[in-house]
Write a protein that binds this ligand. Sequence first.
Ligand SMILES: [Zn+2]
Ligand SMILES: [Zn+2]
Length: 507
Amino acid sequence: MLTKKTKNNTKSYFFVLNHAINLINSKRFSKLYSVIKLVELTFYGGIEEIGGNKILLKDNDTKIFLDFGMSFGRRGNYFEEFLNPRAANGIGDFLELNLIPDVAGIYREDLLIHQGKKPELPDVQGVLLSHAHADHANYISFLHEKIPIYCGKTCKYILDAVKEQSRREIENEVIDFKKRPAYKKNYRDLPIARTFNTFRTGDKIKIDDLEIEPVHVDHSVPGAYGFIIHTSEGKIVYTGDLRLHGRHSHLTEDFVNKAKEERPIAMITEGTRIDTGKTNESEQRVYNKSKKNLEHNKDLSVVDFNFKDVDRFTTFYNIAKDLDRKLVISFKHACYLERYHKDKKLKSPDSRDENILILKPKRMTGTYIDEDYYDYYIKKRLNYPNVKTAEEIRKKPQDYVVVLNFWYLNQLIDLKPKGGMYIHSLSEPFNEEMEISYDRMINWIMHFNMNFVQSHCSGHINGYDLKSIIKEINPKSLYPIHTEKPESFKDIKVSTIIVKEGKKYKI
Ligand SMILES: [Zn+2]
Ligand SMILES: [Zn+2]
């Protein structure tokens, strides 16, 4: 039986409950609630540096990362070719030197346990990966496998190509990873795969309450995207890396037009070349200059460019074809080209195309016998009909344009050019380490009496074009990253925030 006291208590309990329900339904409360609503950005990389973007976007309970890349600059402060972070210490070396942020709920269980920490359930619902460059993608390697990766279809093809022709290292386990520490008994364990959700422009991504629209942009790698993110406070746009002077500038224009329509409250922009003015660079100019130099060359032609750059490949493929020469690529390049060929939009030839040859490198015995090749990506392509040795090429060097990256310059000893032309179709050195490598490259070229030509156009938008697209998009606030000169954005008439690492910015 209820006593008078308990009856009164029950009454007052229901009164409070009722009042609470009314309050929740009231306008006043929803106003109050909207004040508590929180959209927040935290930057863990790309701050006063080019690349290494790791941006945490929090919208109430939803958290996503915009890219999770490797910072070459920070890594280079401590490491070089033979001084590397120790995989034997898991993420310990990376955390100690602030190459990755000390954030809970994002890292792989095996790596946390290795650090003597308790495993954590993932507290981030996804990573939006803008493109396949290492400074945006590579440190996904450390993330929990239950955090899905959202990227363009072509971006995934490129990540697959990278994986196919590289040895497994702790810093390149983007597609999948093997548990660490690496005990001998676990050597044959199957790798743990991450989830990739791929998209194309026009698709809409839903991550919890967030809706995201990826829009293609032009950059020096295909499958690059900018994002329009619909948060509870308004739209945030993220440029990724982009440019307006490339072969597909209309892609960037599409992104700018879409971003402009959305009247964004915030824009996170790359600013690699904010300090440059108008430039007259273009892929067509690279074609013209390179072709002009190569057409009178009566000896071997050698070129170095980044094979992730499909536009540059097309430029040299067309030059070789127009000059009635064969383009000679490596087995590593074949891994990329076969993926590009799969993507019908890119209109790239297959690695067995009639205008392409694949250079067989010397391995083990140096006699080109089959058992010399243990790397699977070479082994499975050894019987292609267009595989040639350096000895075969040097019989008629004027018939070929050989793509030779810096690390393979020693193959010049087999190719034996007597003069000829070397085209450096990459950016010029911009730090001390690159200068040293550059000097070595020049030594090789001089040793073989080759002529040197620089012929390149940048993957990044120039300062003039960037300022003009910011004005056009006209965001309420601007967050420049991926730049060494964020203060150079201050003269644009948009409220600009010079971001500090790890600081939370309410939007
Ligand atoms: Zn970048
Ligand atoms: Zn990039």
